[in-house]
Ligand binder design. Structure first.
Ligand code: ADP
Length: 500
């Protein structure tokens, strides 16, 4: 860019000489010559669009000092050089106080210094504007970073802070009087004696409230600095709330995970133990009928060898009956095992519909026993269940209620249901033989029977199927009973949305 020069002198020859000297060194120079007040006013109105001003000291219409004041009032950074034959050292000093950049004596011998003075002024103003630019950039950066930056005296007086810093304190920029009561500043102030005494820097963490409920956490780095001859502390504050929250969340998840692992381990241990017991009772209970078959087969073999065949038909019938029983046991066991293994799809089931299914399934059994079924179930009751498993469980309960009655007693079975909070409870009550309190927990185990096959036929798996099925649907079963006073079995399942 060419040099833009404003040259003020009311002597045409002096202007010519000065211009000649400058343009010899700055060939591209665009010089605006001003010799009167009107010209100066025009330049002022235009806002002094120049890179340097050279003014004579003593002019008819003004002095160089006044020119200097006007120029600096408009453009403080615009360099002004005074060029005069009349000025004294005092004038020069006075002018310097008003911001004069250089002073050149007007004499043929000194003209050559004029371009040097211009060059020096230009270099200086370039350096100055570069410094201003980078300072502005720095200031903008400081204002816009997310780190809080502040300066404090070693005695704890807050001196300045950027936008982020004030917003971390929850204050408006400049609310110095409110800052000391903030926990972050209180924490910093506590550390100042250390910095005063020994340290050059320190780091601390400050908590403002409980971060689980809206509080914030900050780290503060403090550095002791020396500014304009006095000691101060610069601080950089970082908001680490989200980091802390993430830490807390990780911790919570870990605890949760450990709890779940412990719970899972416990469940697996229980399942293992149950499996062992199950295996034991299966092998034990299945052997019994097999031994019976073996016994009859031996008896047959012996009779055959002795030529006695009168009891053969009885033995063969018993073998057949026991074999049938083993077959039923095996298929019931398979049903039980299937329940533990297969996925069951939970859906919304109307209790009344499921009970109708049970009634249909047990029709011949119930009418054979002349049983009376009394059903009292509101039609709007809905449960979350696997329809087939639910119907199977109810069928087993009602079937037992019909079966376990004293000889000669007509079975009366009451089936009712109602909603209890978030659960639906179905009860099956009978007028049967009842169950001793000590046996009530065991009867839900596989093969657990309280009576002989002759008294009441069965395999002892029905209630195990009820328990397993209901638990897999998120429910529970229970019984209340006393010998001779009938039994009441309850099944609870989660109520479905819309259930009344
Ligand atoms: P099963 O009916 O094949 O014997 P369950 O598992 O259904 O097998 O029942 C286990 C035992 O619990 C029965 O043998 C019986 O002793 C007892 N029990 C079950 N239901 C009743 C009931 N309603 N009244 C009295 N005792 C019952």
């Amino acid at each position: 860019m060419p040099l833009r020069l404003l040259l003020l002198d009311d002597n045409l020859d002096d202007r010519l000489l000065a211009r000649r000297e400058i343009e010899r060194h700055f060939p591209q120079c665009q010089t605006t010559e001003v010799g009167d007040r009107a010209g100066f006013e025009r330049a002022a109105e235009a806002g002094f669009p120049f890179d340097v001003v050279i003014t004579d000291f003593q002019m008819r219409w003004t002095t160089g000092l006044d020119v200097l004041k006007v120029v600096k009032a408009h453009e403080p950074e615009l360099p002004v050089i005074m060029f005069t034959a009349t000025g004294t050292q005092e004038i020069a000093v006075d002018a310097m106080k008003h911001g004069l950049d250089d002073y050149v004596v007007k004499s043929p011998r000194h003209y050559a210094r004029l371009p040097v003075a211009v060059r020096t002024c230009l270099d200086r103003s370039e350096i100055r504007s570069r410094a201003i630019r980078s300072e502005t950039r720095l200031a903008a950066l400081l204002e816009n970073i997310e780190l809080g930056v502040f300066r404090m005296s070693l005695e704890g007086g807050l001196e300045e802070g950027n936008k982020a810093f004030w917003s971390m304190l929850g204050l408006m920029p400049g609310e110095y009087s409110k800052a000391p009561s903030h926990p972050l500043i209180a924490e910093v102030t506590k550390r100042l004696p250390e910095l005063q005494a020994t340290l050059d820097s320190a780091e601390l963490q400050a908590l403002s409230g409980d971060i689980g409920t809206g509080g914030r956490a900050h780290t503060v780095k403090l550095v002791r600095v020396r500014v304009n001859g006095h000691d101060a502390v610069d601080g950089i504050v970082e908001d680490i709330t989200s980091l802390r929250r993430a830490d807390l969340e990780i911790h919570r998840l870990n605890v949760d995970l450990e709890q779940r692992i412990a719970e899972r381990t416990r469940q697996l241990q229980e399942a293992n133990e149950a499996l062992e017991t199950f295996g034991f009772s299966v092998s034990h209970d299945m052997r019994e009928p097999l031994r019976t078959i073996q016994g009859y087969a031996n008896a047959l073999k012996q009779d055959f060898s002795e030529g006695r065949m009168d009891q053969s038909a009885v033995y063969i019938n018993r073998i057949e009956a026991v074999a049938r029983r083993v077959d039923t046991m095996v298929s019931d066991l398979l049903e039980f095992a299937r329940l533990s293994r297969t996925e069951i799809a939970i859906e919304t089931v109307a209790i009344a519909d499921a009970i109708e299914e049970v009634r249909a399934a047990l029709h011949s059994e119930a009418s054979h026993a002349r049983a009376e079924l009394r059903v009292d179930v509101p039609s709007g009751l809905l449960a979350r269940a696997h329809r087939q498993t639910f119907a199977q469980a109810l069928t087993n309960l009602v079937s037992n209620a019909v079966k376990f009655v004293a000889p000669g007693v007509t079975p009366v079975v009451g089936i009712s249901a109602q909603q209890e909070g978030s659960m639906v409870r179905v009860t099956v009550a009978d007028n049967g033989i009842g169950i001793a309190a000590t046996a009530q927990a065991r009867i839900f185990n596989v093969f657990e029977r309280l009576h002989s096959e002759e008294e009441f036929p069965g395999t002892g798996i029905g209630l195990a199927i009820v328990k397993k099925g209901v638990e897999r649907m998120g429910g529970n079963v229970g019984v209340s009973s006393a010998p001779g006073a009938g039994s009441t079995f309850q099944v609870e399942l989660p109520a479905a949305e819309g259930s009344i």
